[in-house]
Design a protein around this ligand. Structure first.
Ligand code: FAD
Ligand code: DLZ
Ligand code: SF4
Length: 518
């Protein structure tokens, strides 16, 4: 299609905005406006993202540009290797303005605060109107959440979730929750037996575009963390939809029951592995929730699974986004417990005698994926117990997962996992000793540490670290009613027992932070 007049709006579409329903595209006119998409070094390196994440995004961006062109859009696509590529969004918008002389710039609000701050400087810098539109891919807006938060002292997810159920009508029976309860977690969270049949996520063979990207990423980002291949992610909306239908058919029914289970060598269990597609825009969260609800209405899946899944999306996903925009820019510097140790070396290699962590980090390096309970109760739990700086932990999560963008990663890491916001997001720190990990997984049987031993060099390190954490952080945590029981148990212990636990923890932390293999 040829343009009827000069480019009116320049529409910048970011790498995690790959949806034809994007508010900026809805506002624009394919006959007169030009879409700009740019692979830029600044975005690939502000943290040194996992190679698979970069490859996924560049390939998905290139495929999306093709989809837009087929739909009649003019797309100005800048490859990373373009010799004139300035390496930043601002530089590429400036170059495009020089080429196309637009009357205005249109963009949907980005998912990270630093990018929004940058965009706010563009109008003055380019002497052009810059319209930053609401991201309508979410159920609630940043402003909606702020209004909800302004009216409350405590920002608990569960109450937000109920309001979201009411406002979306999802799983509602009039003004009552379907089945009579808002939350079916009591039926969920069982450990899984190793012989349980388990589906695998749908895998896709790389096409020519993906192969070219893989080659480029292998050369340009060889120093970044993680394995590039095998690469099996969907990179188009059509394939992401196939992955979604596969999950609904094969895994959703058992999603709730085994949501918190962990098993050696089973990287995905009954998880959807859809977050990478949802967050990049290949899948639409609203359509996904409707499909999940329909599967329940058609009697294909039980309510505990469907409610559990929908809660993750209309509850947690929306809630953490609200918290992010409410609390940035200071949120990522929160450190309520004053944790000051560096991230242990084995987070970069997976080389540790602790079986559970070797599995979670190993699969993270391979797949740029770990499921929620691995992120929360293994890598997150360990970092919190050991006293690692929350910002280091945050940067690691942002780097290593293919689904990680700051709006969703930071509240999960800083708030839920590291309790660095002092309890704004979670009502207590998610910490556990080896007992919990043993109950929910089969890792401990194959570990060189003994989960039943509490102290000494062969004891599971989580055990002494757990008690030491509570004791070390007593000033901040002891008033927390949800920790009353563990503090009472600690106080009942003989002093000699407490001393042994603290010495074991101190010895382990010394070896850990001296760089010994633990
Ligand atoms: P499923 O278990 O199948 O869950 C279904 C969907 O629910 C997910 O695809 C996701 O969209 C949503 N969801 C589930 N839990 C959460 C949650 N706590 N917050 C937001 N959405 C949720 N999720 C990200 O998308 N990006 C991140 O960068 C990210 N970082 C995390 C860091 C830490 C420390 C922790 C504890 C959790 C993090 N999560 C993050 C949340 C969660 O772990 C992932 O969404 C989930 O593991 C993705 O895998 P899945 O698609 O198989 O999820
Ligand atoms: C994560 C990422 C990477 C690695 N590269 C690009 C890129 O080259 N071009 C682009 O438009 N987006 C990229 N992204 C996603 C952005 O980092 C993301 O859009 C912002 O952080 C806002 O969420
Ligand atoms: Fe992890 Fe401790 Fe179990 Fe080993 S014994 S797998 S370190 S919980």
């Amino acid at each position: 299609m040829t343009k009827t007049e000069k480019c009116r709006s320049l529409v910048l579409v970011l790498g995690d905005q790959l949806s034809t329903d994007l508010s900026s595209l809805k506002r624009a006119d394919p006959d007169r406006d030009t879409v700009l998409m740019a692979e830029v070094m600044a975005e690939a390196t502000y943290v040194r993202h996992h190679k698979k994440k970069i490859a996924f995004l560049f390939s998905a961006m290139r495929h999306f540009a093709e989809e837009l062109k087929e739909a009649g859009w003019t797309v100005d696509y800048v490859n990373l290797d373009d010799p004139d590529n300035t390496g930043s969004f601002k530089g590429e918008v400036q170059r495009a303005c020089g080429r196309l002389q637009p009357e205005q710039i249109l963009v949907t609000e980005p998912g990270e605060w630093r990018v929004l701050e940058d965009m706010r400087s563009w109008s003055d810098a380019f002497d052009l109107p810059v319209e930053i539109l609401t991201d309508t891919r979410f159920f609630s807006t940043v402003a909606d959440f702020r209004t909800w938060a302004d009216e409350r002292k405590q920002l608990r997810m569960e109450y937000f979730y109920r309001e979201m159920r009411r406002s979306t009508g999802l799983l509602m029976d009039g003004d009552k929750p379907a089945g009579g309860k808002w939350n079916y977690d009591a039926a969920n969270r069982k450990p899984a037996k190793p012989d349980l049949f388990m589906p695998e996520p749908k895998r896709f063979t790389p096409d020519a575009i993906t192969r070219e990207v893989l080659e480029m990423v292998g050369e340009r980002f060889y120093g970044h963390i993680g394995d590039l291949e095998p690469f099996w992610f969907a990179v188009t909306r059509k394939d992401a939809e196939k992955a979604c239908d596969h999950f609904l058919r094969e895994a959703l029914a058992d999603f709730g029951t085994y949501q918190d289970a962990m098993l050696s060598g089973r990287k995905f269990l009954f998880h959807s592995v859809l977050s990478t597609y949802l967050n990049a825009g290949l899948l639409d969260a609203k359509a996904l929730c409707r499909k999940v609800e329909e599967a329940w209405q058609a009697d294909k899946v039980p309510l505990n699974a469907v409610e559990g899944f929908i809660r993750q999306i209309v509850g947690w996903r929306e809630y953490v986004r609200g918290i992010y925009w409410l609390k940035m820019p200071d949120y990522v510097d929160s450190n309520a417990l004053g944790a000051d140790r560096p991230l242990p070396d084995f987070y970069w290699t997976g080389k540790t005698r602790m079986r559970c962590l070797a599995e979670a980090i190993g699969q993270t390096l391979e797949e740029a994926y770990a499921h929620h309970i691995q992120r929360l109760m293994l890598t997150g739990n360990f970092a919190l117990l050991a006293g690692v700086r929350p910002k280091d932990v945050h940067e690691w999560y942002l780097m290593v997962y293919a689904d990680a963008y700051e709006w969703v990663e930071a509240p999960n890491t800083i708030g839920m996992s590291q309790f660095a916001d002092g309890g704004l997001l979670g009502s207590k720190p998610y910490v556990s000793s080896g007992n919990y990990i043993d109950k929910m997984s089969d890792y401990c049987g194959a570990c060189s540490y003994d989960v039943r031993q509490k102290t000494g060099s062969e004891a599971c390190p989580f055990n002494a670290l757990y008690w030491d954490f509570l004791d070390r952080n007593r000033k901040v945590l002891q008033g927390n009613p949800r920790l009353a029981q563990p503090y009472a148990s600690w106080d009942r212990m003989k002093q000699s027992r407490q001393k042994d636990l603290k010495e074991s923890a101190a010895d382990f932390r010394k070896r850990l932070f001296d760089g010994e293999e633990v």
